[in-house]
Design a protein around this ligand. Structure first.
Ligand SMILES: [Zn+2]
Ligand SMILES: [Zn+2]
Length: 377
């Protein structure tokens, strides 16, 4: 037997990703994702029974459409994830547990504690498979591609990625080191989502500088775990003249962890000047202005819906589908002011980004995943 690849889910849908790779001696799952709320797919995957026969589960990143079904993984089968991704996911799940609106219990947290970690560029072996994690650029921090080498075959699984964020430039360099592969399992999200925009993360940051300069009170709504987006606004604020940059205690905990764990590599993710809200800031906030990270919760509503800040700018910096259209989230629709300013760029590769990857690793076979079924007109 050579090597078998099975896409259990994710070939004709965005998210819900589960890929299996099987050799003579080993069996792996890459990602155990849940279906996104916007997904119309009815495909059911029994993660429990599939994982029972596996030697390991590799997680590309902490978005739920890649890790959401981790509790279904057979106990005793190791789950591998990046070190920072593990911690961020843990803090996020604890927050979900605290809000009490999801099913997250202590068991969920305890299971994350057992996740094993890998390091960028450091190969590890599962039986006859050699796995090399390659750090990539995505809207989840500490995301990875995996190079799997087994029985003389080389398989590259991209996970979700893009080439227009802060780490994007290093992807071609890293993939040149990877060299030619036999099979490329590659995300194709944007080829089926025509509403995505493609400014670079750096262009977004530049636009944010002017917005922050020209508006005294600035609210910013983006995913709490989209660290690169928060970094864009944080650095934009510094360039704009440095107002107070405020968030809630949960967001502060996440950013403190990222600062602490990243500064040995780069200063870019040092969020030392982010402040957790304190009542003593209030008069200074009114006088001098501020940037505040907000979400549709009680803490944020007190400010966003406060008449004292009615002349504020509200920047909406995440997927527009949560706010508009048939899949909109009711709590977000009620929270976001009607005159919001949309400033966002996709976490997924452009057509050019995908082509560039293909031209570098020159696969014999491409398996497109993470895309909606294409319809011919
Ligand atoms: Zn995804
Ligand atoms: Zn993702």
């Amino acid at each position: 037997m050579c090597v078998q690849i099975k896409i259990h889910r994710g070939i004709n849908q965005i998210g819900g990703c589960v890929t299996e790779i099987k050799s003579k001696k080993a069996r792996l799952l890459i990602d155990v994702g849940s279906n996104l709320p916007t997904c119309e797919s009815e495909i059911k995957v029994n993660i429990h029974s599939i994982s029972k026969k596996c030697d390991a589960v590799l997680i590309t990143h902490y978005h739920c459409d890649h890790v959401g079904e981790y509790m279904q993984v057979y106990k005793g089968v190791p789950i591998y994830i990046g070190e920072q991704a593990k911690e961020i996911f843990m803090v996020f799940q604890k927050k979900m547990q605290d809000t009490g609106v999801t099913e997250i219990t202590q068991d969920y947290i305890d299971r994350i504690e057992t996740f094993k970690i890998f390091k960028q560029g450091v190969p590890f072996e599962i039986e006859d498979m050699k796995i090399t994690p390659i750090r990539t650029d995505h809207s989840a921090f500490d995301s990875y591609m995996f190079l799997i080498e087994v029985n003389g075959k080389r398989i590259l699984h991209t996970g979700d990625f893009r080439t227009h964020g802060p780490l994007g430039k290093s992807i071609p360099k890293m993939l040149k080191k990877v060299g030619i592969v036999d099979v490329l399992i590659c995300e194709h999200t944007t080829l089926s989502r025509q509403d995505e925009t493609f400014m670079t993360e750096f262009m977004l940051q530049n636009e944010a500088v002017d917005l922050i300069k020209n508006n005294k009170y600035v609210f910013i709504m983006c995913a709490s775990t989209n660290i690169d987006r928060i970094a864009s606004f944080y650095h934009a604020n510094k360039k704009a003249g440095e107002k107070l940059f405020i968030c809630d205690t949960y967001q502060k905990e996440l950013l403190d962890y990222v600062s602490k764990s990243s500064t040995k590599y780069t200063d870019y993710y040092n969020f030392a000047d982010v402040k957790s809200f304190d009542r003593n800031f209030y008069s200074s906030m009114l006088d001098k202005g501020f940037c505040m990270l907000v979400r549709s919760n009680y803490f944020s509503k007190r400010f966003v819906h406060n008449p004292k800040f009615k002349h504020s700018l509200f920047i909406y910096s995440q997927w527009l589908g949560y706010l508009l259209g048939q899949n909109a989230d009711e709590s977000i629709v009620k929270f976001v002011p009607k005159n919001y300013y949309y400033l966002h760029t996709s976490g997924h590769a452009t057509a050019k980004g995908i082509t560039d990857v293909c031209n570098i690793v020159k696969p014999k076979v491409i398996i497109p995943i993470h895309r909606r079924k294409l319809t011919r007109f």
